[in-house]
Design a protein around this ligand. Structure first.
Ligand code: 4AD
Length: 434
């Protein structure tokens, strides 16, 4: 490995020191007998200055032709200079061209390219500074979640991705041949996490989840990263507390560590700063009333889609919960509300600023007979869920859990206009390449 100084480390304090940078050309501008070559690496961008009288005619001519994303190694002396980005530049003494590029398919300001071009060239797009910033924010949110989970006694487990049953409805399953049988790609680790609580009580996993969602919305991917928690001895209200504490910690820690990156996307940090427990809680009934008062055509019993949720988020300046959904719009495993059998003990967490659902969670049906009945009502075969039903036969306990869509959280934190920008190589109905 080359011993180098990272661009992010070039500061005015290094004035007078010799450094070696290795990276890619971000921009190349000639002014008279000088070339201002901006060099980018994983940590930032540094202005380097190539003067003909120092490097000589031949190297100067070579440098002139370096297009964006040419790979180079330069050595030179740091000079503090207020005019340079970061307050320092490097005066080049040696330039080594690893590969010269004449034309890079992505424009200097990727915002000027069409989304289709950026997605076709996603393998090149992901090296641009804004995409790197998104990936750093995503990494930090997950790192923060791990910190919180470790501190609070949650065990990480590693559930399978190849599975035999639906969790979130058969319509969105990806089916694949599994030797002489069929299997599916997991929609959610939940059922396996439920099995794991009997040994470990508080468990979590981070896995890819797959949904053959035909809906082409700004918030659906066919493959997304799913952070799921399941806790024994917890009711719906307990798990909602866990959700708000976890999400607050993730957001606050990321604000602390990645403010610079977040500010590349957001002028206003208010909703992020407001993300502290307790989050507002409204019932589904109240949500319907708010929507009707705002002129939305919706009746009690209807599911809320992205449009309805967007209107609802106008009422809040921080994430909030909607709880107590009608049974018939929610999944079979949710526990019936003992106060009102038309409803289930479920709550979604919605992000403000139009983003809507980022978490789906519930208390689970822990009674064997009721669970069998729900499976049959949903038109499924209890035989397919034999192992899952066993969990209600051998020491069943009250328990609750939830799933957080990592890309949905990133999209809100950075106010992205589409969830596809929150993942390295997005998978949507129209796109599985590159
Ligand atoms: O509400 P969902 O479908 O709930 C479950 O899968 C539960 N079994 C999770 C659990 O309780 N362990 O999905 C949970 C979250 C959603 O709130 C959303 O953030 C995200 O997963 N999600 C998607 N993200 C991107 N693209 C999709 N197609 C998504 N579907 C769900």
């Amino acid at each position: 490995m080359i011993e180098k100084t990272y661009c992010g480390e070039v500061k005015p304090e290094l004035d007078g020191q010799r450094v070696k940078l290795a990276g890619w050309v971000y921009s190349n501008m000639r002014v008279g007998k000088k070339i201002f070559l901006w060099i980018r690496d994983s940590t930032g961008i540094v202005q380097t200055v190539i003067a003909k009288n120092i490097v000589g005619e031949e190297v100067f001519e070579k440098a002139k032709k370096l297009g964006r994303e040419s790979s180079v190694i330069v050595e030179g002396i740091v000079k503090a200079d207020e005019r340079a980005p970061g307050g320092a530049e490097v005066h080049v003494e040696k330039l080594e061209v690893i590969q010269a590029v004449s034309e890079f398919p992505i424009p200097e300001n990727p915002g000027q390219a069409s989304p289709e071009l950026l997605l076709d060239y996603r393998h090149l797009h992901i090296r641009t500074p804004k995409v790197s910033a998104i990936m750093k924010v995503k990494e930090t949110l997950i790192m923060a979640a791990r910190e919180w989970l470790l501190k609070n006694g949650w065990h990480e487990v590693f559930p399978p991705i190849l599975v035999t049953g639906a969790v979130e409805g058969g319509a969105t399953l990806f089916k694949l041949k599994y030797f002489d049988k069929y299997a599916y790609l997991s929609q959610s680790a939940q059922l396996y996490l439920e099995a794991a609580i009997f040994g470990l009580e508080k468990v979590w996993s981070l896995t890819p989840s797959f949904r053959a969602e035909k809906s082409r919305t700004r918030r659906h991917l066919t493959e997304f990263w799913h952070l799921e928690l399941e806790g024994a001895w917890m009711d719906l209200w307990d798990i909602m507390k866990v959700e708000e504490e976890l999400v607050s910690y993730m957001v606050q820690r990321t604000l602390e560590l990645r403010k610079k990156e977040i500010e590349m996307f957001r002028d206003d940090l208010t909703t992020l700063k407001n993300t502290e427990p307790p989050f507002p809680r409204i019932s589904y009934d109240e949500a319907i009333e708010i929507l009707q008062n705002k002129g939305v055509k919706i009746e009690w019993g209807d599911d809320m889609g992205a449009d309805e949720e967007r209107v609802l988020t106008e009422e809040f300046d921080r994430p909030f919960f909607v709880y107590g959904y009608p049974k018939h719009i929610k999944a079979f495993y949710m526990k019936e509300d003992p106060q009102d059998p038309r409803k289930v003990l479920a709550a979604d967490m919605l992000a403000p600023e139009g983003y809507g659902e980022i978490i789906g969670g519930s208390e689970r049906e822990d009674n064997y007979d009721k669970l069998v009945q729900r499976i049959i009502e949903e038109g499924m075969n209890p035989k397919d869920y034999e192992w899952y039903l066993d969990l209600r036969k051998y020491g069943s306990v009250p328990h609750s859990g939830f799933g957080l869509g990592v890309e949905r959280l990133v999209a809100w934190v950075l106010k992205l206009d589409h969830i596809r920008w929150a993942t390295l190589f997005p998978r949507t109905p129209a796109r599985i390449y590159p």
